[in-house]
Design a binder for this molecule. Sequence first.
Ligand SMILES: [Zn+2]
Length: 459
Amino acid sequence: MIRTFFFFLILSALVVFAAWLSEHPGTVLVTFDEYRLRTSVGFLVVAAALLALALTFLDRIWRYLVAAPHRIALAFQENRRRRGYRALTQGMVAVAAGDSEEAGRQAKRAEGLLHDPPLTMLLSAQAAQLRGDESAAANYFESMLHHPEMAFLGIRGLFMQALREGDNENALRLAQRAYELHPKTPWVVQALFDLQVRAGRWDEAEATLKHATTRKAIPSAEGKRQTAVLLLRQSEIAEGQGRDQEARQLAQQALKLAPGFVPVSARYARLAAKAGETHRAARAIEKAWAKAPHPDLAAIYLEITSTEDALGHLKRIEKLAAFHPNHPESHLAIAEVAIEARIWGDARDHLAAAIAAMPSARAFRRMAELEEAEAGKGRVAEQWRTRAAEAPADNRWVCGHCSAIADSWSRICGNCGGFDGLEWRSPRSGSVERTAAFPRHRTGRSAWFSRENMAVPNR
Ligand SMILES: [Zn+2]
């Protein structure tokens, strides 16, 4: 708008000037050597203006030509950069699709086009891993350590390699470095803790757990339970060294953190009974039974009782069962003691109640034993045994990480070395029976361990 206004202003000024010139005709005489040029003032003005225009135009062309090489170089660079990023993207897609050949090709292209190592190193490392070249991948991960912005990814890549190779010592060292960089990242905390436990560095594991719980890097419930498991270990050590009172106090602390956890209740009850505090021991078992009945609790409850006769045992177990009367485990506990006491009617009633609540191999097996004890081997007992064989498997201690089955609870799985993984449940099909004497050595355990390509963050 303003430009148009100025244009018309200048135009009208020119028109006025031209009109004025025509009204005031004059002549200009230029003499040079023997040449003479005579012309009108108007012509001279127009010629000068045209000359100025031509010079400006020539200057523009000259400047354009001088700047051309630089402009061409810039355009070339921009084109390279665009192709580099496209190769990087296509390489990432190829990694996600598991196409090692394409990933390798695109990684090379991106490296050549971008000349930006931090950007292309990760892709190159992943491409190397995809084609199974772990040493090349390790080289890329190592070089990432020299770039602060990539160091964490480099450590992570090397860490996963160490785990896959079963080199737990190196993995622990790398987990420590990762923890220094990102102490709040859950997988880092979990990895460091698990490796410290595996290496038997209990004090360091405890410190890690404490930090992780305060920083909320692991869920509070999980943190409490794992702390309880570590306290159990300290309690065992104290008891082993003859410090029974301290052992009991540690077990009590664990009980506060994990009140429904059978191994903790069982340990505390045993230590309390050992100190002559039978009432407290019984109370701990009763509380645990009310939360989650378990055969180990029933066994300890009978262990700490002063009576030895079968009828006394039956009365005692009935008292315990009353804390969770309709649970199949309560019926089974009474039935088992009743069979020992040879009170067949009670035993049969409770087994029937247990089966009605939840049919289990153990209940059917006890029915068969009852029939055999009462009437000797026969068709009925045989039928119960058949039903036992077909029933869902009994609850066992099953590792949540590797599904191995253990006869008794322990804080470390003998199969995969996972910490606090054993759960009391029916084993799924395909579970492996753990042989304590021949633990299989595996590198993997929980979710972060089993991830295939750990070079990709947040996958
Ligand atoms: Zn396991």
